[in-house]
Design a protein around this ligand. Structure first.
Ligand SMILES: *Cc1c(COP(=O)(O)O)cnc(C)c1O
Length: 472
């Protein structure tokens, strides 16, 4: 831009791109095409689509680019390099599908461009957060008065739960972290299972608890904390339990463990990133018996609930412990009578996640959430049965949505997974289970039909044939 006339041209153009909704209408048209093609596209991009990404690798342009051109470039070159996560045959990691109403709500909220830090910044965002908090506490059967913080994911949610716990334990020992800091504070310990998720150790490290303060309890064959090895707990203990092991989907035995922890004055946090939703389904609720005895819980809406990325939730029994740990105030902030979302999260400026969360919950309702969870479990069991019928080994008890699969030999398993990932018909990740490589299936999308499972099992069989031929 070398003179002011040209700059005026730029603002005129931005006004036009906004007023006529040019950019968003184009994005919606392309997005609609994408959704229509989702069931039939490759689940992982092919080599040509990956190679075409090189077109993005340009220097930052000196001159502005029209919105329409930006959106078109994304559609043309970006869309083919996506993974078809919202289709029916993506089983990698624990990545949920996408509910139409939640997607629509997310897009609308993006158009509104609200900052959900304070009620006064966005009354609608604050209102829907408060509604979600109430609905979730009810749906998950948590203690009345528990509060929710909407964050980016379970990593941050767990960090917040353990932060509240750390400060609460220290406070009971007569130490005020906000006033005195951590240096010289009484020592705390963390007790967790050998099957705990890596994000738990990350959160503990951020909070000042390293390997020397962590006591790892051996896990049983399914990845549950083995109670016979539980060390004595006390009022310096953070106990971390798990609803849904990231490999096997197994649930810790909450009722006795939480009971022991309460008795001892420990703080219990439950990592329920995808598994806490079991509580909202009649046929799986028994897996979560006793979670209401814990102090804090983390769960992702972007996993089992199928709301858009990114939406994690921290729930905490003790409002004061959480808000006190995340305290921040300054004279320019205007806290109000309504809900001020930033009080419950480490962030200040935040997008309005409550909008899509509310939409996801309302679009399914209690019965729909029950059915969603039940269906994911049914499809996982279908996978296990059909794979066994084709002489694959299923290594875990399929209690939820996770299935761990192996072939006759570790080499054949590894090669089969490579062929499966290359094939593009479905996508699974790999892992190690009791020292053996496994193909890891996570059924996470409402869109996965019985036929998607059958097609995927056929892809497993074909991949194993090609793998065996290549090893012969
Ligand atoms: C996914 C997952 C996490 C991490 O959650 P993010 O939303 O990715 O931060 C933690 N624990 C378990 C059991 C998970 O499945």
């Amino acid at each position: 831009m070398n003179n002011s006339n040209e700059r005026e041209g730029l603002w005129q153009r931005l006004h036009k791109e906004r007023a006529k909704g040019e950019a968003i209408r184009l994005a919606l048209a392309y997005g609609g095409d994408y959704l229509d093609g989702l069931p039939s596209r490759r689940v992982f991009p092919d080599q040509a689509a990956l190679a075409a990404l090189a077109a993005f690798d340009e220097p930052l342009p000196d001159e502005p680019t029209q919105a329409a051109e930006i959106i078109s470039q994304l559609h043309k070159l970006g869309a083919p390099a996506t993974t078809a996560q919202g289709g029916g045959r993506y089983f990698g990691f624990v990545n949920g599908g996408l509910l139409p109403a939640a997607l629509g709500a997310r897009l609308l909220a993006d158009v509104w461009d609200q900052n959900a830090a304070l009620h006064v910044m966005s009354p609608i965002a604050a209102e829907l957060e408060a509604v979600c908090e109430r609905w979730l506490v009810d749906l998950l059967g948590l203690p009345a008065g528990s509060v929710a913080g909407l964050v980016s994911g379970t990593s941050t949610a767990t960090l917040c739960g353990l932060l509240a716990g750390r400060n609460a334990l220290l406070s009971r020992l007569g130490w005020d972290v906000n006033a005195q800091g951590l240096f010289g504070a009484p020592k705390l310990r963390a007790v967790l299972s050998g099957g705990a998720h890596i994000t738990v150790r990350k959160a503990l490290a951020i909070l000042g608890l390293g390997a020397a303060q962590i006591e790892t309890v051996p896990a049983d064959a399914q990845g549950r904390i083995d109670r016979q090895f539980l060390p004595p707990l006390d009022q310096t203990t953070l106990l971390i339990l798990q609803a849904g092991n990231v490999n096997s989907g197994a649930f810790d035995d909450f009722a006795p463990l939480c009971g022991i922890a309460r008795e001892a004055g420990a703080w219990t946090h439950i990592d329920g990133a995808f598994g806490l939703w079991a509580r909202a389904c009649e046929t799986t609720a028994h897996l979560t018996a006793g979670i209401e005895l814990a102090d804090s819980w983390s769960v992702d809406a972007h996993k089992t609930l199928n709301s858009p990325y990114d939406c994690g939730i921290l729930l905490c029994r003790d409002r004061e412990a959480l808000v006190g740990a995340l305290q921040a105030s300054d004279s320019y902030l205007q806290f109000g009578a309504g809900r001020d979302g930033m009080l419950y999260t480490p962030d200040m400026s935040r997008r309005a996640r409550g909008v899509e969360l509310w939409a996801a919950l309302k679009s399914l309702g209690r019965a729909g959430i029950d059915e969603l969870v039940a269906q994911l479990c049914r499809r996982a069991r279908q996978f296990a049965e059909e794979l066994r019928a084709h002489h694959f080994r299923v290594l875990n008890d399929v209690v939820f949505n996770q299935v761990l699969v192996a072939c006759e030999s570790p080499a054949l398993t590894t090669r089969t997974l490579e062929r499966l990932q290359d094939g593009g018909e479905c996508w699974c990740g790999g892992s190690q289970w009791h020292g053996e490589p496994v193909i890891r299936i996570s059924v996470c999308s409402w869109a996965t039909s019985p036929d998607d499972v059958r097609r995927s099992v056929a892809a497993f069989v074909a991949a194993r044939e090609r793998a065996a031929a290549s090893l012969a």
